[in-house]
Design a protein around this ligand. Structure first.
Ligand SMILES: [Zn+2]
Length: 303
């Protein structure tokens, strides 16, 4: 009996040992799975790094210098001669504007005029000639500084320019080539030597202005005479030019196309320019370069 009991006890003890051993084996077997999990933890960090790199990638791309595509100057399209374009949107507002215009240059005085205009932050217009071949580069300089380029004539020789209808166009086309070489296109703005009302042309060709004035408009140009002048067409002191300016503009136009000269013998114009600018400012005018919105004064045909 006792040996049977002993056998039973022995059996139970063995069973317990086996069970414990089994549990231990299971515990050991499962352990690696538990320890592997923490190894997965760095994964989110890797994702973060990837995300960061993805976020940074576009920044790096945009940080790269973009290829320098030079923006076209809007004046190139707006102010170029376009025979098909007939509408000019003239500014009829009540804003007081002076359009300073300089004829007969460029010359040795043009640089000083440009510097004064820069000093006052003013844009103007230059009706150019090729009288002074050494200064033709100044046409490009005027343009680059934001001023409008118009065409006066190549020679400014009345006898030559107004010799005939063909002679006029030959001369205008010659200055057009010069200007195109300087600014890249032929502008639509012109000014007749002596203005459209000149009668001196009658000495060379009767009735030529009656033909030319409508003809230039038909070809897509606009011709600009002027509303007022400082009187520097004749020789004057700077004081006299300032006084002439005040006298000629005293009628109070809202828009004034103002005639001046930057030709070789016009040092007094340069001298008077700051005072002329300040006079207009004191009268409440702002300044603008000529464009297709500038009302075009036409004096009326005199020949
Ligand atoms: Zn002139």
């Amino acid at each position: 009996m006792s040996s049977r009991k002993n056998q039973l006890v022995h059996f139970l003890v063995s069973l317990c040992v086996c069970l414990l051993a089994g549990l231990l084996a299971v515990a050991i077997f499962c352990r690696p799975h538990k320890t592997e999990k923490p190894k997965e933890k760095p994964a989110p960090q890797e994702v973060v790094v990837l995300d960061k790199m993805q976020d940074e990638a576009p920044v790096e791309e945009s940080a790269e210098p973009e290829p320098e595509t030079e923006q076209p100057d809007p004046r190139d399209a707006e102010f170029a001669l376009d025979p098909a374009r007939t509408e000019w949107n003239y500014d009829e507002s009540d804003t007081k504007v002076v359009y300073l215009t300089f004829d007969d240059g460029p010359s040795e005085n043009t640089q000083a005029v440009l510097d004064i205009l820069d000093e006052y932050g003013i844009k103007a217009a230059f009706f150019v000639t090729a009288i002074n071949p050494d200064y033709l580069d100044m046409i490009g300089e005027c343009y680059r500084r934001g001023h409008t380029i118009g065409m006066h004539t190549y020679s400014h020789d009345y006898a030559q320019v107004y010799a005939s209808y063909d002679a006029y166009w030959e001369d205008l086309n010659a200055i057009a080539e010069v200007v195109k070489d300087q600014i890249g296109y032929v502008p639509c703005f012109i000014r007749f030597p002596g203005g459209s009302s000149n009668t001196v042309s009658a000495n060379y060709c009767t009735g030529i202005m009656s033909t030319l004035a409508p003809d230039v408009l038909g070809r897509g140009y606009q011709y600009y005479d002027w509303d007022a002048s400082c009187g520097d067409g004749a020789k004057h002191t700077a004081d006299e030019l300032v006084e002439a300016t005040k006298a000629d503009t005293s009628y109070g136009y809202t828009k004034i196309v103002f005639l001046m000269h930057d030709s070789a013998n016009k040092e007094t114009t340069v001298e008077a320019l700051p005072r002329i600018i300040e006079y207009f400012q004191s009268e409440g005018y702002t300044f603008a370069p000529l464009d297709r919105s500038t009302p075009a004064p036409h004096h009326g045909i005199g020949n």
